[in-house]
Design a protein around this ligand. Sequence first.
Ligand code: FAD
Length: 390
Amino acid sequence: MIPDHCELVVVGASVAAEALVARLRELGHGGDILVVDRDPRMPYERPPLSKLYLTRPEDTDITVEWDANTPVMAAEAVSLQTSEKRLELRANGASETQFVRYDTLVIATGATPIRLPIEPDGVLRLRTADDSAKIRSAAQSGCRVGIIGAGAIGAELATSLRQNGAEVVLMDKADRPLERLLVGHLAADVTSWLQAVGIDCRWGVDIQRIAGSPGDWTVVLGDGSVLAFDALVSAVGARPITEWLSESGLLTEGQLLCNAYGNVITEAGAVEGIYGIGDVVTRQLPSGERVRTESWTAAAEHGSRLADLLMSRPMLEPEISYFWTDVAGRKVQVLGSLHRDGAIEVEFENPARGAIVYRVTGSDGSEGWIGVNAQPKIAMLRMAREKGTP
Ligand SMILES: Cc1cc2nc3c(=O)[nH]c(=O)nc-3n(C[C@H](O)[C@H](O)[C@H](O)COP(=O)(O)OP(=O)(O)OC[C@H]3O[C@@H](n4cnc5c(N)ncnc54)[C@H](O)[C@@H]3O)c2cc1C
């Protein structure tokens, strides 16, 4: 049952919320915490959804160790009235909404896949466990599958579906894969890994039109060529889930802006008692630059740092940014920031294990690393950076 009042209310029950709740409990927070999520299956882990869970769900555990004293209520946040400190919720299956008053509100509603304007209904997208199951059943062995977008999720999907025996065409309008993650580095390597497992890579494609329906899709490209698919998946990125905040006065140019502490900021300054964590947040840096991350590690860090703040603990220095992805049988890890025009050199190599670490040094002094099958070395680099040792 939705209570009339709860001291701390968290909207969204994914990795950012899990890290927040776990750290609060670890620090001795004994009060009630109301956590709501509109996905009745939450909490679960998302990274396996495009990897092993997609092909072998029976061998993949996506459950999360969630604090037993903090149940997750299946309910959707529909609006927020900050002046009265109340949140409007609709419990799943209910027709009426109810209000809960909060002292502190944490917004952790994450992101949702972007839909291209030319995408008809029936094109699949991946964010939830249900989406993963739908893709699994639509893209069985022998099917011809088109994937639009060769970012981390598109490349992982292509790898998994190909492993499962589907014929996969991976398309991107960029002229290389993993453009946002690797900012142009290792493009030829990644392309050759994908091709070596039998994925048909089409970069620099301009999709003009998509017609058909599930089981019979036609994709028309700018050069006039026509591709036919049984299943079509769009993986062109994600956008923050902020619609429910549209009347709240919290959004700045449509974004949920937060300062380094996770406190929501508007033109009037920091909003007392309202915080944002995870993929939904756009961080406003002291330089004025706005940054949004979509990473498991960053979301978890937002949650645990906010717990420290709420429990008046000293805040630790932010962690060095980190992302991993599994592409064509390789673990690719990115640590720090990769400069697009940075000089790339091999820092470590173990050919026997197919492991290699590249260092990317930017002209602005930035430093980043790309590891391929080099988990122990990247773990050491990550620990060293976090301790501040060069
Ligand atoms: C398929 C896939 C693979 C990934 N692989 C990797 C990887 O390999 N490495 C990596 O670093 N990251 C990966 N990520 C990204 C990572 O999972 C996300 O960065 C992370 O899940 C963000 O966590 P979050 O807590 O901010 O929000 P989310 O995980 O997006 O969860 C937000 C929750 O809020 C709920 N919600 C939204 N709106 C409402 C509302 N109005 N009311 C109630 N509930 C609401 C949603 O149902 C959802 O459960 C992957 C993501 C996906 C989708």
